[in-house]
Every structure is written in structure tokens, then in C-alpha cells.
Design a protein around this ligand. Structure first.
Ligand SMILES: NC(=O)c1ccc[n+]([C@@H]2O[C@H](COP(=O)([O-])OP(=O)(O)OC[C@H]3O[C@@H](n4cnc5c(N)ncnc54)[C@H](OP(=O)(O)O)[C@@H]3O)[C@@H](O)[C@H]2O)c1
Length: 163
């Protein structure tokens, strides 16, 4: 659900009834931004638990992430590695590859660790068993504040898809 209009509020209120009945535990939204959230939450009673937006080092949502976090909403990244068909530039970005070399990990692991340390839940997609194993092996290294800042500086408002 995105871009709230009267129908979105109506649909959300219908879903809220399932929460009240104990049929579902939480409600999530996707592709929601600062401009629409305040207006929306004024009209509903169950806070969205999570918002899933496009987020990766070239499209970081530097305003949206802390804004939603302050509201107590979990932020989740779709296209956390840039998205299928768009990962090439990100995985070979020299800032990312040099950090990866320093820890003996892959570029994908550096990017996923960056999401984790920002408090963003990443849902990387992969059909390669080795990649899948790699994508959950993120807990043996940590990025320094300086490395986090270096990746933050890669933001270039480069959205890879629209939904
Ligand atoms: N809410 C929305 O509007 C919305 C929109 C788009 C997507 N999504 C969701 O977001 C999720 C992620 O989308 P996505 O899979 O396209 O994005 P992604 O995770 O950013 O990119 C997936 C691509 O990265 C490659 N990859 C994964 N792990 C890798 C690794 N360790 N090393 C090298 N390459 C690696 C994959 O290839 P291999 O298969 O070869 O590993 C695949 O080509 C999906 O669940 C999708 O449904 C939601």
C-alpha cells in the first residue's frame, strides 16, 4: 500500500480489525515517505510496524530512515544490494571493495553490514546458495564509524525502480 488517499485509510482500517481480532499481529507498509506518513497515522489506530522502501548505498533515504525510526517504525530495505540487474556498479564501487578487502569479506557483506548497523532490515534476494550463506555471515566483523560515513557519502539519490 502506498500514497495514502481515502481508500488507503479505508483499507488499512479494515486490516486493523484483523489485528483487533487477533488474526494478524502487525501491519506493514511499502513505499511510504515522510510527506504522507503523519497525515496517515493521524487517521489510524494501529501504528504500522514496518515500512519497506528501496534503500541501498546509492539511494539511502537519509531523511526517511531516522524519521520513521523516531515514530517507532522498523525500516526494511528492498533492493538492499541495488536490486537484481542493478548490483554491478554497487558491488564494484571502490569504497565498498576497499572496505571488503580490509575485512576479507565480499562487497555484498559490507553493504548488508552497513544496513544492519544503520538499524535497517535488509532482505537480499539470491538464488545462489553460496551467496545466501554469505549474506547471513555478517556477525564476524563490524564497520567503523569512519567506514559507515564513507558509505553514507556514496548516496546519490539513484532510485533503481518505482512501485
Ligand atoms: N516492496 C516493493 O515495492 C519491492 C520492490 C522490489 C523488490 N522488493 C523485494 O525486495 C527483495 C529484494 O529484491 P532483489 O532480490 O531484486 O534485490 P537485491 O537483494 O538488492 O539484489 C538481488 C541481486 O543481488 C545478487 N546477490 C545477492 N547476494 C549476492 C552476493 N552475496 N554476492 C553477489 N551478488 C549477490 C543476486 O544474484 P544471485 O541470485 O546470483 O545471488 C541478485 O541478482 C525481494 O524480496 C523483492 O520481492 C520489494
Amino acid at each position: 500500500m502506498h500514497h495514502p488517499g481515502a481508500n488507503d485509510v479505508k483499507a488499512y482500517r479494515a486490516i486493523e480489525k484483523f489485528v483487533a481480532q487477533g488474526k494478524i499481529r502487525s501491519i506493514g507498509l511499502s513505499n511510504w515517505y515522510i510527506e504522507e506518513i503523519d497525515d496517515f497515522i493521524a487517521q489510524i489506530s494501529v501504528m504500522p510496524a514496518l515500512i519497506q522502501n528501496e534503500i541501498h548505498p546509492y539511494y539511502q533515504e537519509q531523511a526517511v530512515v531516522p524519521y520513521m525510526h523516531r515514530l517507532g517504525i522498523v525500516m526494511q530495505a528492498w533492493y538492499p544490494l541495488g536490486g537484481r540487474g542493478h548490483t554491478g556498479a554497487l558491488l564494484s564501487d571502490s569504497t565498498i571493495t576497499s572496505i571488503a578487502r580490509a575485512y576479507g569479506v565480499s562487497s555484498a557483506q559490507v553493504i548488508l553490514r552497513w544496513h544492519l548497523q544503520r538499524g535497517v532490515v535488509a532482505i537480499p534476494g539470491s538464488s545462489n546458495p553460496e551467496h545466501i550463506r554469505e549474506n547471513i555471515a555478517l556477525f564476524d566483523f563490524a564497520l567503523t564509524d569512519e567506514e559507515m560515513r564513507a558509505i553514507a557519502a556514496l548516496d546519490r539519490n539513484e532510485k533503481h525502480d518505482w512501485y
